[in-house]
Design a protein around this ligand. Structure first.
Ligand code: TEU
Length: 559
């Protein structure tokens, strides 16, 4: 029997757990994760206290982009299991009070989708106008737009001599949302899954669906300014929201690539005309010097705080953001911004607290709750991600970047860093599978694994359990205003949340040396208590706060 409440705003005090099924748990010996493997871990997730699972695509797919290239929206990829397995997952999650949010990828389909297969080579196909075809210009590609996975965003259809658009891999053809038939198909797909009882949807790169229709050359960049937050994107989202999301009461989160605060205020406006909330990635580009991902660079701490301030104050009272560090496209945050060698547990906890005390809905990516790290691969043969292998080929083989330099860049930036199999225990293959995993497991699985974490009351796991609990118990976390207390401090990220009856301060030392700050003088310290920290905390809360390496402190003032 489902224990799911019908509270329309459940997601404002919830924490959501992201599962990348290929790397989560294999119920057999295939070496890749599956739905039965997820079902076997629902009790673990219930113990963590999460409220919903964001499941990345499990639909039929040739897996060029690990499921983000869908060839049948109405079928489960047999690699992951059957539709019966999915129905069982949905029922067993609901029985535990856990909702299911499905990933919907409708900016593009796989070129193996029957729509594309019918359209390819046939200008008269009823599906030709489902995609974006352009005649050659000067005998070549229609414009200079670049794929986000490297190279041109156009691929030739030999038979008709036209090119089709693909903002991602050439096996992922962009859908033509100008075509009302495409929008009707999308409504059908989403309704099918909502009708099954799916509680919500994560919408993949949904702010890219509306392209400027003259498809101009971009003399300033890679073309993204002509399709990001495009001319009809809000119109399309309102159409889908009114037709489906609002009918089923679905919670929705849009992945917004290279977006702006102003657009996100509209995407996630509190009148629910479009989406419930948004992912933006600006805070995850502070180690992209001049916006360039494929470099090895330290992160810009001051810029990180400025970006959090911009989005926290900008969405407050206007929209709703997803709070996250990790996902299947991002390196492991403890390796990226913390110290996974000398202060792994402390910095993993500090980074978690940093975002969990903000306004928004936190997302926890599989393994983040036990402080999993990047694997530190040393050879290109270890990588599987299409983006990473494309970029290696372009940068090393075409641009002449030295192999060792590129390997160091991949070790820091590759999406495979987060896709290594979940580390369940110290046994062979980390308890992930009984067979050789599709992607090499990080060598530290014997020390870093869920079994160890659940047995250790001081583990990252129980710290995240506390963060999830605090969000439900302390109203200022959900409702409070946001003030950055020390914007120019070179080591401490400290912010204040303020509501009518509560003040919360979250202090975070982002570095490995002791650092100090002063609490605001207008606060009554006699009402202050330490709610949570990653080092022992006792006694009175003093004005002067001296933080140990990677120390976090969460302080509550009752007014
Ligand atoms: O990601 C879109 C996206 O912006 C990222 O791929 C990003 O461009 C890249 O990883 C940063 O260099 C979504 C999915 O999360 C991703 O897994 C898919 O590959 C992509 O869309 C295409 O569907």
């Amino acid at each position: 029997m489902s224990v799911i409440t019908n509270d329309a705003n459940w997601w404002k005090t919830a924490s959501i757990y992201q599962i990348y099924p290929k790397s989560f748990c294999d119920s057999g010996s295939k070496g890749t994760g599956d739905i039965q493997g997820i079902i076997s871990k629902l009790d673990y997730l219930q113990r963590l206290g999460i409220d919903a699972i964001w499941l990345t695509p499990v639909y039929q797919s040739p897996m060029i982009d690990n499921g983000y290239d869908i060839s049948d929206y109405y079928a489960i990829n047999p690699d992951f299991g059957s539709m019966d397995d999915f129905d069982q997952l949905l029922a067993e999650a609901h029985q535990r009070g856990i909702r299911i949010i499905m990933d919907i990828v409708v900016n593009h389909t796989s070129t193996q989708h029957h729509w594309f297969q019918s359209a390819l080579g046939d200008k008269n196909s009823p599906y030709r106008d489902y995609y974006i075809w352009k005649d050659p210009v000067d005998g070549g590609i229609p414009n200079n737009w670049q794929s986000k996975f490297g190279g041109s965003a156009w691929e030739l259809d030999e038979k008709t001599g036209q090119y089709f658009l693909h903002l991602f891999a050439k096996e992922q053809a962009d859908l033509n949302w100008e075509n009302p038939q495409v929008r009707a198909e999308v409504k059908e797909v989403i309704s099918f899954w909502a009708e099954k009882g799916v509680d919500g949807f994560r919408l993949d790169v949904i702010n890219l669906i509306s392209k400027q229709q003259d498809f101009p050359n971009d003399d300033q960049g890679d073309g993204r300014r002509f399709y990001t937050d495009g001319p009809r994107v809000h119109e399309y989202l309102q159409e889908i929201s009114e037709a489906v999301f609002q009918q089923y009461g679905s919670v929705t989160v849009g992945e917004m690539s290279s977006t702006t605060l102003e657009h996100c205020q509209q995407y996630s406006s509190l009148d629910n005309k479009e989406l419930s909330m948004v992912f933006n990635f600006h805070h995850l580009k502070v180690d992209y010097p001049n916006g360039e991902k494929w470099t090895k660079a330290p992160f810009d701490f001051i810029q990180l705080k400025q970006i959090f301030n911009h989005w926290q104050t900008g969405l407050n009272g206007k929209g709703w953001g997803a709070l996250f560090w990790c996902n299947h496209d991002q390196p492991r945050v403890v390796s990226r911004l913390g110290d996974d060698k000398h202060f792994r547990v402390e910095s993993a906890k500090m980074l978690g607290a940093s975002v969990h005390m903000m306004q928004g809905t936190p997302y926890i990516y599989q393994g983040e709750e036990i402080g999993m790290t990047n694997p530190g691969y040393t050879s290109i043969e270890q990588y599987r991600d299409v983006e990473s292998t494309n970029m290696y080929d372009i940068m090393v083989n075409e641009q002449g970047v030295p192999h060792d330099e590129m390997m160091a860049i991949l070790a820091q930036k590759s999406r495979d860093n987060s896709r290594t199999p979940m580390q369940w225990n110290h046994e062979e293959f980390a308890g992930f599978s009984k067979g050789q995993p599709w992607l090499q497991i990080a060598n530290n699985y014997t020390e870093i694994n869920a079994e160890q974490a659940v047995a250790d009351t001081n583990s990252v796991f129980y710290f995240y359990q506390q963060l999830i609990k605090l969000r439900k118990e302390v109203e200022v976390i959900t409702t409070g205003d946001y003030t950055d207390l020390y914007p120019s401090h070179t080591a401490i990220f400290g912010y204040q949340r303020q509501s009518q009856h509560q003040t919360l301060i979250c202090l975070n030392n982002y570095y490995g040396d002791e650092s100090e700050c002063m609490l605001p003088s207008d606060l009554d310290l006699s009402t202050a208590t330490y709610l949570l920290g990653n080092y022992p905390l006792q006694g009175e809360v003093s004005q002067r706060q001296v933080l140990k390496p990677y120390e976090t402190r969460i302080i509550l003032f009752q007014s």
